[in-house]
Ligand binder design. Sequence first.
Ligand code: ZN
Length: 396
Amino acid sequence: MHNNSLLIRNVRPLGRNATDLLIRNGKIAAQGTGLDAAETEVINGAGQLLLPGLVDAHTHIDKTFWGQPWQRHQAGPRLIDKIENERRLRRELNLSAEVQSANQIRQAIRMGTTHIRTHVDVDTEIGLSSIEAVLASKETFGDSMTLQLVAFPQSGLMIRPGTRELLEAAIDAGADLVGGIDPGAIDRDPAGHLDCIFDIAERKQVGIDIHLHEADQLGATSIELILERTRALGMQGKVTISHAFCLGMLPDAQLGELITQFQALDITIMTHGPGHIAFPPIKRLYEAGVKICAGSDGIRDAWGPYGNADMLERAMLMGFRSNYRQDDELEMILDICSFGGARVMGEKNYGLDTGCSADFVLVDAQTPTHAIVSRPPRSLVCKAGRIVARNGECLV
Ligand SMILES: [Zn+2]
């Protein structure tokens, strides 16, 4: 080994022709066949499929039960049942958000994820403790995982006085974005809620990523209010609407009008392919040029038993729920689970081109679609030029 360099022979980037990849100082320094291997560690890629590092652009790593004894899931059906159940379990289990977030990060690394945007609970009961815990994990993992934190008022904002100040303090402490949640359904004060988070975002010069589960016209109205504020404050390119279930429920003409505004205001839509409800028509948005990213959402937490922090599995779920059967469609989903997420996280040197940061994953699959449907173990995961997982085992 020399100069932090690594030569990976015989890999097929996104299924294209086989090539060698020379990694130096954290970057893809060269690619081509028969690259010089002098004084360099060489790995035989054996013709495996090379994918860019996967991007989980929406999850909740502070809350997972990963690595803990199984918890029976028995929360009621409504959103508020789940929020209250979670608050109760949080008190009873008293898990360390630092340990739990590290558990999920390691699992994500095993699965080939190199970037995570996580929403971290901030409320008047726990204050900034989860933010501080996840920031500590971010420090621990350093270059092994790119981590963005959204300060997230899970329990409501206007209905819990003191939360606004905590969100601001979370940004000051190091959170990257300000979050929000269902301004109409939870806070019952859509304008107040949105004015509050846009005000924080503007003053602190950070982006916004808001959870919007609201259905039908309630959701559409909230989106209109979000768009209004994005336009008024010149926050183009800095706003993500997560879930946006209502986009899967609106009349076609109304959806078309919103898509035009998403394009104009450079809004990103996040979906995780939910099992229980309509969700954004991915292909329609993607083909219109609207930015889309994807995430696991919560895994193995008080909200539900599902999830493996595996973005190939997520891609399969999104494709399955969308009834996408063509390779083109699943390649689009993979693009959303990689480049789409990197874009929303503002990564400039992401990808498999020479000069990009060496963030990638190697799998024994023939094509990207084959990788999504078969989800083989990740044989090699490289982050910033360093091997962070091998044969399904996390090395950090
Ligand atoms: Zn979420």
